[in-house]
Design a binder for this molecule. Sequence first.
Ligand code: PMP
Length: 408
Amino acid sequence: SPVLDVAAIRADFPILSRQVHGRPLVYLDNAATSQTPRQVIEAFDAYYSGYNANIHRGLHTLADEATAAFEGTRETVRGFLNAAEHREIIFTRGTTEAINLVVNSWGRANLGPGDEVLISRLEHHSNIVPWQLLAAELGFTIKVIPVDERGVLDLDAYRALLGERTRLVAVNHVSNAFGTVNPVKEMAALAHAHGALILVDGAQATPHQEVDVRDIDADFYAFSGHKVYGPTGVGVLYGKAALLEAMPPWQGGGEMIRTVSFEAGTTFAEIPHKFEAGTPAIAEVIALGEALRWVAGVGLSAIGAWEERLLQHATAAVSRIDGLRILGTAPGKAGVLSFVVDGAHSQDIGLLIDQLGVAIRTGHHCAQPLLAQFGVDATCRASFAAYNTLEEIDTFAEALTRVIGMVR
Ligand code: PMP
């Protein structure tokens, strides 16, 4: 199996040497946001110290350098997703904005009464609420793809839900709440067989596995920089060029126009610029490019294999705790361990374990419809990244045992 040099990886992350409440930080909240290697931090310094300028419009050296770095990142992202063309890569603020772009541009132009959008019960609120907002306005119907007791999507039910009024399927590649990896390639083929499009929320997949949007045959694919060792404030929407070209602009402003006239009306720029109104997060985009280079240097298959090892170790360790129930037991799931404990509130566990230097997440993980099915409104969630160690998992399991003993 591929070996990861975890010590060398950790040396790239300055934050990992800090202490929390007098103890070494054990950071297990990677599904919420990953930590940032120095290469990414240094990209900000290089930009602001060396070539800070607005892009595209300039005719001076700094503007040219910033534009080259920004557009170079578009090509890096294209390669990262194996998209066919760099104009299929649109920079957004994150996954949430990428989904809102599809909803408000494609959705507004293509959905009406009688139309159906299928959304899985595993979705993050960001792939539910934008659709609900538009459905309230346009009167189309949202149908829910069910999950079983393991947190696995029911593909037979999915097949049965697909029909001639299905226009789009919205599904995540990997669930942030349970770690379930969904068969998005198979789901895309089924959607296409019914003339429907598929939007894949890749926020939790891109940090853990290689993604090939052409192999999946995704129509839209979204991810966030801050979950893949990059900065906050930047994300990506991939869309097939023909779809993006046919879609109306969403936000209006500078950068996205060709000509503006009060008399003759306004004409729009070609993709991707048609969907990038205003000055983007230039430094963040450039730093995202560094993050993707860092990830490629380590290798996503090695990262994924290491996280699986961490997950197995953690699962075995917490399984010894009396009254602990793991939610989400899908085969082959990603490095996410969600659990509840009899007689101990998740929030209490989260607060107390922080006192021991361990960062986990507690709450509904922006997946209330999923948690409701399991009869809980919150879980504790430990989620893993390339820099986590087996020793950290042991520290976490010991701290968890201690904390549960305190609150019970
Ligand atoms: N989808 C999934 C599966 C996520 O895990 C998240 C972040 N928790 C999002 C969407 C939203 O991402 P962002 O907040 O970066 O826009």
